[in-house]
Design a protein around this ligand. Sequence first.
Ligand code: DC
Length: 227
Amino acid sequence: MKKITIAIDGFSSTGKSTLAKQVAKKLGYIYVDTGAMYRAITFFAMQNNWIDAFGFNKAELISKLPTIDLKFVFNPDLGFGEMFLNGVNVEKQIRSLEVSSFVSQVAEVSEVRALLVAQQKQMGKDKGVVMDGRDIGTVVFPDAEVKLFMTSRADVRAQRRFDELTEKGQLVSYDRVLENVLQRDHIDTTRKDSPLVKAEDAIEVDNSELTREEQFDKVLEIIMEKM
Ligand code: DC
């Protein structure tokens, strides 16, 4: 069967990555979590004290972008690639609420976006890829055969994120998680460069009331129709 490109965009914590992994596994496609790339650069800026609650030294980060090496290394036990930053596995660190609280500021920087979009285009050049993010169907692969736009209510998303973080042993309050979800929605949709918008030809999937299985079945039907 001819390989296609599947772009999954949407608000934070709408379950994009869970869905993208399920789809990639089913079709034998490569899965690329572009949020992990923005998160890794944010973690790099935090490690160097260029970003914290008091400010953001954008110029320093921009000048050091050429020294950043990002790689997804496939983990056969997990069935997907883990993010390595300059040779170190940073999967755990990049999922913290602290990284989540700074990542939208980093994702606003045009130089960061240009660098990552170029890498993402390269990763998907042979098709057979499921990529999730905010600008995949609009900027990275405007010609993707399947474009999905995921939404769900903010309270549902905050609860999912809260459950995920507490499961991993992180001490967080539900209110802080909800605040982070709303703040990221605002920054992601209002930034100047590549804001989160639904591509004209994307299919919107609201999963507030859907189980993972129901969502997967619905999406698979959409994909099979396009294939
Ligand atoms: O999908 P995620 O929550 O891990 O993404 C983290 C942040 O990165 C998100 O708040 C916005 C940004 N992002 C982006 O601007 N463009 C992408 N393609 C992916 C993520």
